[in-house]
Design a protein around this ligand. Structure first.
Ligand code: CUA
Length: 330
């Protein structure tokens, strides 16, 4: 084995896991992005050493020595030198641009056979909708080896969709669609971040990509977006998971403490006083459902009516699970 292939093997191995330096490389984009990144970085190292080295050398060489003449002879300029230091960086700049443009095109142009998933960003969670199967999911579930196209938009402010392991990132903009694609190679789970500051809970705007085998993915679709074994899980437990995953946690505590919105502890079945002066003797299923889908219909007194609607973002089963969870918080 020669040194080149040994190095190649080492790099390939390192790429499958995250290091202190970079996240793992889990898509074809990742290799292309890292290669160009490394090229630019080493180029910068090279010129940094060259320029700082020359500077230090000149400082030492031309320091004032003893009692000789105080000034150096005047310098008139040097055409050869000026052309060399303009043309070489010029060529490197064009090379970096052409290389970057080629890689960018590969990321920007979606292959024709891609499976489409809709992504919706909302303060402060992500929703993934599978248009063909009518599934709404808090995680991006995809089969391994399948090219996936994400059509993304926001229901409120600017967000940015970022999967470090795939080296893909794009702004998610209200009133407009942006597109990303990737091809997951192996079954794994990867972190999704929002990488555009979008408000108080921006750092909690998290989600996961779950890459499954095709068989498991088919099962997930057939189960309406529930992982195998989901059948035996109590509804309230599913509701708790949704409370965490769908961002309810950002504004609604379950321990009685006051956050942006009212706590869920003891909310179900107790009296509600609204900002418009009306009231409800006991919060029931219909009230809770309405509060999720049309939050501003009845705003609890003393709270700002800032909750976004979850219309189209939660299906009936998920709403029921959330209400069951509220009921369990006595
Ligand atoms: Cu959404 Cu930051």
């Amino acid at each position: 084995m020669n040194l080149g292939s040994a190095l190649g093997n080492m790099m390939a191995q390192a790429a499958n896991t995250a290091s202190w330096w970079k996240p793992m490389q889990a898509s074809s984009h990742a290799v292309a992005v890292d290669t160009l990144f490394n090229f630019i970085m080493y180029l910068c190292f090279f010129f940094f050493v060259l320029i700082v080295g020359a500077m230090v050398y000149f400082i030492v060489k031309y320091r004032r020595k003893g009692s000789g003449p105080e000034r150096t002879s005047p310098i008139k300029g040097n055409h050869t030198l000026e052309i060399v230091w303009s043309v070489i960086p010029g060529i490197l700049l064009v090379l970096i641009f052409a290389w970057g443009f080629k890689d960018w095109l590969a990321i920007a142009v979606v292959p024709a056979n891609a499976m489409e998933v809709r992504v919706s960003g909302q303060k402060w969670n992500w929703t993934f909708t599978y248009p063909k199967d009518g599934i709404v999911s808090p995680d991006l579930v995809v089969p391994a080896g399948q090219t996936v196209k994400l059509v993304m938009t926001s229901t409120d402010v600017l967000h940015s969709f970022y999967i470090p392991d795939y080296r893909i990132k794009r702004d998610v903009i209200p009133g407009k669609y942006t597109v990303l694609w990737f091809k997951p190679e192996e079954e794994a789970t990867h972190q999704i971040f929002c990488t555009e500051y979008c408000g108080a809970e921006h750092s909690n705007m998290l989600s996961k990509v779950k890459v499954m085998s095709s068989a498991k993915y088919e099962e997930w679709i057939a189960n309406g977006g529930e992982e195998a074994g989901g059948a035996g899980v109590p509804l309230a437990e599913k509701g708790k998971k949704l409370w965490e995953q769908r961002g309810c946690v950002a504004c609604h505590s379950i321990d009685g403490s006051k956050k942006v919105g009212p706590t869920w502890k003891g909310a179900f079945g107790t009296a509600r006083q609204f900002a418009d002066g009306s009231s409800l003797p006991a919060a029931d299923e219909n009230y809770m459902r309405e509060s999720i889908l049309v939050p501003n219909a009845k705003v609890v007194a003393g709270y700002p009516g800032v909750m976004p609607s979850y219309q189209g973002q939660l299906n009936d089963k998920q709403i029921e699970a959330l209400i069951e969870f509220m009921k369990s918080l006595k």
